[in-house]
Design a protein around this ligand. Structure first.
Ligand SMILES: [Zn+2]
Length: 530
């Protein structure tokens, strides 16, 4: 499957509008996007002005230098993280896409440089990295178009510059650091990436979180989004190598690494992203999400995934409580079409009775049952209520439950990130300066168990290294195997990093090897070399 042929038909025929919220977050997000737009070329000292711009944008999102930042994040902690824990070998091995590289089945035994860096440097060396550095506290400098000839260079530069943030861009025709020397400098490949951020859910986060805040209640929305997108990417597009990462604060990123995903044109990327973009501007335009009955297969499957989680996490008091109190259920019932006023009247009078002790889940089913009865009566020739609904309202009523579930739970993608090959996205394994948490891989098979509050912070990791050193001090020199462990294997980063290595990286490398072998055999057959 290549190019735009790969793109299934979008589930909605109407122009799809991204959610907008009155909080003004959208414009802030735009500023952030602009900071990573393709036409920036900021190098070293000349980047000071841009640095000030970058600061301005950041300052809008969250006040800088909260006191607790100093505790979870400091230049010293970051320096320690890069020199001891950052998995350069995993990042290099991944971004090399090199079928001839050493499989990472065992831990590299001798040193951090154990993975050969000579192999297939062509893809890696042409990859853009961008760094955000902060030499003077509060003054961020943003540097684009960096590239590295080897893992060793990448590692030594990062350890020296200690970027607060690392972004990864496209693979270009030439090493990005030499871009001015080539007129044909342009992106050639890039993982298909997705960015989902809880800020885009502010209008439906009934837990009270806004902007950068998150809590376990709203994190369930991320879990639901990941499940839907994963199924769509694998079942509708046939992608197999999808790596999910926590963004370190309030969202998640997906990196689709299959070779046909990496080679998609910008148009095809836009089409894939638009295929998933169903969430509409529901707060300002109630008709924006135009669903049909029966649903498009993507949406029918998404509903099956989302509805049970909606019942569990969105309806009850322990979640977002949208059917847990009279104020909330009145608000929800007001979203029914006006011509179906009888449905809400009936339910409201039933639920206001002191004898009514139905649970939010029971109420959810009562709404659907009442709608069904109302719709049947409308269709029945000769009944009192026959044909009182317009076709449009009848359709709205039929699809009301889908709309409701999707408004709260369907993935809200920042599709600008997905559309362009050269859009930058934060590097996995980085540390978020505001939380001190590592952008760890997420095990998509156990996505419901992922807890962003359980992701280790820098101080916690340093403590874990100390504890490990103390506990294993006696065995020094005796237990060869333990001494050969990477430092990250001695901490709680072991599980997520190992998951990435074994479940994402190794299967991807195995496939690259299979493809290479097949290509060689075909070539040999063609040349008559058998
Ligand atoms: Zn929340």
């Amino acid at each position: 499957m290549t190019s735009s042929e790969a793109v299934p038909v979008s589930p909605s025929n109407t122009p799809l509008v991204k959610s907008e919220f009155p909080s003004g977050m959208k414009s802030k997000k735009r500023e952030r996007d602009n900071n990573t737009s393709s036409d920036e070329d900021v190098e070293h000292e000349s980047s000071v002005n841009m640095a000030k711009e970058t600061n301005k944008a950041t300052a809008l999102v969250t006040p800088k230098k909260e006191k607790k930042d100093d505790y979870v994040f400091s230049p010293e902690l970051l320096s320690m993280y890069y020199s001891r824990l950052f998995p350069f070998e995993l990042l290099y091995s991944w971004l090399s896409y090199d079928p001839s590289s050493t499989p990472l089945i065992q831990s590299p035994s001798k040193s951090r440089n154990a993975i050969p860096s000579k192999a297939a440097p062509s893809v890696f060396t042409k990859r853009e990295f961008s760094f955000t550095i902060e030499k003077i506290p509060g003054e961020e400098i943003y540097i684009r178009y960096k590239s590295f000839p080897s893992k060793k260079e990448l590692e030594s530069t990062i350890c020296k510059m200690k970027p607060h943030k690392i972004d990864i861009g496209a693979v270009y025709t030439h090493p990005p650091k030499d871009k001015d020397a080539f007129q044909d400098f342009k992106p050639t490949q890039r993982e298909l990436v997705f960015d989902i951020d809880l800020t885009d859910y502010d209008g439906v986060r009934n837990c009270g979180c806004k902007n950068a805040q998150i809590c376990p209640k709203c994190w369930t929305m991320m879990t639901m989004a990941m499940k839907v997108l994963q199924r769509g990417l694998t079942e509708d597009f046939g992608f197999q190598h999808i790596a999910w990462f926590y963004s370190g604060r309030r969202g998640v990123h997906a990196w689709v690494c299959d070779s046909h995903a990496r080679n998609l044109s910008n148009d095809a990327r836009s089409a894939v992203a638009s295929y998933f973009e169903v969430m509409a501007d529901t707060e300002h335009n109630k008709d924006a999400m135009n669903l049909t009955s029966p649903l498009h297969p993507l949406l029918a499957r998404s509903y099956d995934i989302l509805e049970p989680m909606f019942v569990k996490h969105i309806l009850p008091e322990s979640g977002h409580g949208i059917l847990a109190s009279s104020d909330e259920w009145e608000k929800l019932l007001s979203t029914l079409p006006e011509s179906a006023q009888k449905v809400s009247d009936k339910l409201l009078s039933s639920w206001s009775s002191s004898q009514n002790i139905s649970t939010p889940e029971e109420k959810w089913h009562q709404i659907q049952k009442t709608i069904d009865i109302f719709l049947k009566a409308n269709k029945k020739v000769g009944s009192k209520q026959a044909r009182t609904l317009s076709y449009v309202d009848a359709n709205k009523l039929e699809t009301w439950k889908y709309r409701t579930v999707f408004i709260f739970t369907y993935p809200r993608l920042d599709i600008n990130v997905s559309k362009m090959q050269n859009h930058l996205l934060k590097s996995p394994f980085c540390v978020h300066p505001k939380t001190g948490r590592v952008c760890v891989p997420i095990n998509i098979e156990k996505v419901e168990a992922f807890d962003p509050f359980g992701v280790p912070t820098l101080p916690q990791l340093m403590q874990e290294l100390d504890v490990y050193a103390k506990e294993n001090a006696i065995m020094e020199g005796e237990d060869e195997k333990k001494n050969k462990l990477m430092d990250w294997e001695k901490t709680s980063l072991r599980e997520p990093f190992d998951y990435f290595k074994k479940n994402v990286l190794i299967p991807m490398q195995n496939e690259l090897r299979r493809d290479l072998r097949q290509e060689k055999e075909e070539q040999a057959a063609y040349n008559g070399d058998f």
